[in-house]
Ligand binder design. Structure first.
Ligand code: F6R
Length: 247
């Protein structure tokens, strides 16, 4: 795993956007895996700037989002659908038919999940997957546990994750208990992975993740140690404990 530490959140965001933009320029019809949450917001802002000022072309890019809350309809302001359109898609020239986000409202959710993985394969697999990380080490919504599920599936969010995300919902009771997420195998099949971490609240997990190369289902992100092309980009706050250990 290659690790890059940037001084600030803005620096981390610019570096991430530059890597994504370079990949799109190299392969204009690339398949891009995307994350939501607080961490990638700066990267989306910078990608929008590159699109507007430098003409980065998204017209042939195909995207697949990692996850969505179960039961939230796409027009719900807390849904990841809504987040993606507001913070990214409506500002760039991506084609709506090239956007894929799990739908947490379909009746046959298991069939939907299987089809999501099939669709990823049909377009040739994910070229670059952007990830954030939960304080408990989750990636997508693959939460720590005794086992991890490989395919896209419905999962139950941990209390810790619901508390962390309550900031977007006003109060904890409003945070859905379930989500649809790409599985660990879906993520690991991406040709290239970019893991972003920012802020002091991620310092503990980043230190745990990067202090050794062991793999455990208790820290789902640790499986990235087995991936041949993963780059971690952190800001200094999230690298604090790791750097303190190394001194
Ligand atoms: C979001 C996702 C989650 C987040 C993680 C960190 O699509 O898959 O794994 O990346 O919960 O969230 P933030 O960035 O809000 O700290």
């Amino acid at each position: 795993m290659k690790t890059i530490i940037e001084e600030t959140y803005e620096g981390m965001s610019r570096m991430a956007a530059r890597i994504v933009a370079d990949e799109i320029r190299k392969k204009p019809d690339m398949v891009l895996g995307l994350a939501t949450g607080g961490t990638p917001l700066g990267m989306y802002k910078e990608l929008i700037r590159i699109h507007k000022q430098e003409g980065l072309d998204f017209s042939r890019v195909i995207t697949f989002n990692l996850d969505e809350y179960y039961g939230l309809s796409p027009d719900n302001e807390q849904s990841y659908h809504y987040y993606m359109y507001e913070n990214f898609f409506k500002h760039i020239n991506i084609k709506p038919e090239n956007i894929h986000i799990p739908d947490g409202t379909v009746e046959d959710i298991n069939e939907f999940c299987e089809e999501y993985d099939r669709e990823i394969q049909r377009v040739g697999g994910i070229d670059l997957q952007v990830l954030g990380i939960g304080r408990n080490g989750h990636i997508g919504f693959n939460e720590p546990g005794d086992e991890l599920i490989t395919e896209t599936h419905v999962t139950t969010l941990t209390e810790e994750t619901r508390i962390a995300n309550a900031r977007f919902f006003g109060k904890l009771e409003n945070v859905p208990e379930k989500a649809v997420t790409m599985g660990l195998g879906t993520i690991m099949k991406a040709k290239k992975i970019l893991l972003l971490a920012s802020g002091r609240e991620k310092a503990g997990i980043m230190s745990e993740l990067l202090s050794d190369t062991n793999v455990t289902t208790k820290v789902p992100a640790s499986f990235l140690h087995l991936h041949p092309d993963t780059t971690v980009i952190m800001d200094r706050d999230s690298a604090m404990e790791l750097l303190a250990k190394k001194l």
